[in-house]
Design a protein around this ligand. Structure first.
Ligand code: SF4
Length: 412
C-alpha cells in the first residue's frame, strides 16, 4: 500500500490518543491521508511506524506511557431488607436527626430512590454533579450530607470549607477517580505544557488542583467549544469515552487520559440494536460516558439532567436508557406514564459492574445514612493548600455556567 493511494485504515490502538477532526473511533485510530498530526501514548513504536508507513500521518509517541493500575470493583452491598414499618421508622429518625444537626441531604440521581425521595421531602437536593456542587453554597444548613460518591463530597467541601460535609460511606469512590492518580496525571500534564488542562468532575481534589478547568457532563460541551474558539489545545481527563464524544462533535484537539466508567463502558451495542428492534418506537438516551458504538445509536446524548428532561419532553412512550438505572426514580417521578428500559449490559451471570448500577453509588442507603447522622463520622476533610488549588477550576466552571445561563436544574 503506498501513501498516495491510501484512503483510510483502521488500526486497533487501545490507548489514549489525541483526536483531530473526528478521526478517532471507538478503540480504533482512523487515519486519513492529509498528514494530520496526531499524538499517541503509550503506543509501541512498531504501531506508530506502521501507521506512519501506511498513511504518512505524523504521529508522535509521548515520552512516557500511562499505565492504569487495575482497580478493585466492589460487589454491591446487600442491605438488610426493611419492612414498610421499619423503613418509615428509619426515615422518621433520619428526618429528626437532620433537623437536630441542622443538616441537609444532597443526593445524586444514581442513588437509591428512597434517598432521593427523602432528600426532596426534607428540603434537600436531588441533582446532577453540577447542581450538587452549586446547591451546598445556596443552603443555610451547617452540615451537608452528600449521598453519592467521594468526589461529590470533596467538591462540596472545596466549595463550602466552613461547612461540615458527611457521607454515608467514605469508601464510595468512582472508577474514573480511581484510575486517575494525581502523581501520574500531573506528570502527564507536565509533558504537555502547551495544552489547557480540562478535567471531569469525577476526579480527586489533587487532580482538580492540577487543572485549568473542571467540567461536568452537563457543561463540558459548551466549555470545550469556548476553548476551541480561543484556539486552545486541550488535555482531557479522565473519561476517554466522554473525551472521544467531545472531540467528535466539536472537532477540537483533545489529548485523552485513558480512564473509563465501569458502568457505562459495559453497555453493549449489538444487544442494544436487538433491544431496539423489539422496541422500535423507543427513543434511545445515552450518557456520553458510554462507548462510541452506543453513542452512535442514540436519539439523544446528554448529561443525566438532559436525559431526564428528554423523558418529559419527547413524545415517545418508551425509552431505552444507557446510564445508571438509579436515574429511573426521577424519570418515573416526572413522567409516570413513560416506559423505561435499561440499555443492555453484559447480561445475566455478568460481573457486578455489569448490571447498570454503580457499585459505589449503591453504598448509599437509609441504613448508613442514619448511622452517619447519629455518629457524625465519615467527615470529608480537604487540605487547605489543596483546596486553594482545586477551588479555582471549579469556580471557573460555575462562573461560566452563570454567565452562559447553563443550569442542571429540572423544570418545575
Ligand atoms: S456510575 Fe461510573 S462515573 Fe458514576 S460514580 Fe459510578 S463509576 Fe463513577
Amino acid at each position: 500500500m503506498n501513501n498516495s493511494g491510501w484512503m483510510a485504515e483502521l488500526i486497533e490502538v487501545h490507548y489514549a490518543c489525541s483526536v483531530l477532526n473526528n478521526t478517532l473511533r471507538t478503540g480504533n485510530l482512523k487515519l486519513t491521508t492529509d498528514n494530520r498530526y496526531l499524538e499517541s501514548f503509550p503506543a509501541g513504536h512498531y504501531v506508530l511506524s506502521y501507521i506512519h508507513a501506511v498513511s504518512g500521518t505524523m504521529i508522535q509517541s509521548a515520552p512516557e506511557a500511562v499505565a492504569l493500575r487495575p482497580i478493585q470493583i466492589p460487589e454491591h452491598p446487600q442491605w438488610p431488607p426493611l419492612s414498610s414499618e421499619e423503613k418509615s421508622a428509619l426515615k422518621a429518625r433520619i428526618k429528626h436527626l437532620l433537623q437536630e444537626r441542622n443538616a441537609v441531604l444532597v443526593a445524586h440521581y444514581y442513588t437509591d430512590g428512597d434517598l432521593q425521595a427523602l432528600a426532596e421531602e426534607t428540603g434537600g437536593c436531588v441533582a446532577d454533579s453540577l447542581e450538587m456542587a452549586r446547591y451546598g453554597s445556596d443552603s443555610s444548613a451547617e452540615t451537608l450530607v452528600v449521598c453519592g460518591v467521594r468526589f461529590m463530597g470533596e467538591t462540596a467541601k472545596i466549595l463550602n470549607p466552613e461547612k461540615r460535609v458527611l457521607m454515608p460511606d467514605l469508601a464510595a469512590t468512582c472508577s474514573l477517580d480511581e484510575n486517575c492518580p494525581a502523581d501520574a496525571f500531573s506528570a502527564f500534564c507536565d509533558r504537555h505544557p502547551d495544552r489547557t488542562v480540562v478535567v471531569y468532575a469525577n476526579t480527586s481534589a489533587a487532580v482538580k488542583a492540577r487543572a485549568d478547568w473542571v467540567v461536568t457532563s452537563g457543561i463540558a460541551l459548551p466549555i470545550i467549544l469556548y476553548l476551541k474558539a480561543r484556539g486552545e489545545k486541550i488535555l482531557w481527563a479522565p473519561d476517554k469515552h466522554l473525551g472521544h464524544y467531545l472531540a467528535r462533535v466539536t472537532g477540537t484537539d483533545l489529548l485523552l487520559w485513558p480512564g473509563a466508567c465501569v458502568v457505562h463502558e459495559e453497555f453493549k451495542s449489538a444487544a442494544l440494536e436487538r433491544l431496539h428492534r423489539l422496541h422500535p418506537e423507543a427513543a434511545i438516551l445515552v450518557h456520553p460516558e458510554s462507548p462510541d458504538e452506543i453513542v452512535d445509536q442514540a436519539d439523544l446524548v446528554g448529561s443525566t439532567t438532559a436525559m431526564i428532561k428528554a423523558v418529559t419532553s419527547m413524545d415517545n412512550e418508551e425509552f431505552i436508557v444507557a446510564t445508571d438505572e438509579g436515574i429511573f426514580w426521577k424519570m418515573q417521578q416526572l413522567a409516570p406514564d413513560k416506559k423505561l428500559i435499561i440499555a443492555p449490559t453484559a447480561g445475566e451471570g455478568a460481573t457486578c459492574e455489569s448490571c447498570g448500577h454503580c457499585p459505589w453509588m449503591a453504598m448509599n442507603a437509609l441504613h448508613n445514612l442514619e448511622q452517619v447522622l447519629r455518629k457524625g463520622d465519615n467527615e470529608i476533610h480537604i487540605d487547605p493548600v489543596l483546596r486553594e488549588g482545586a477551588v479555582r477550576p471549579i469556580e471557573r466552571m460555575l462562573t461560566f455556567a452563570r454567565q452562559h445561563g447553563i443550569s442542571g436544574k429540572l423544570p418545575g
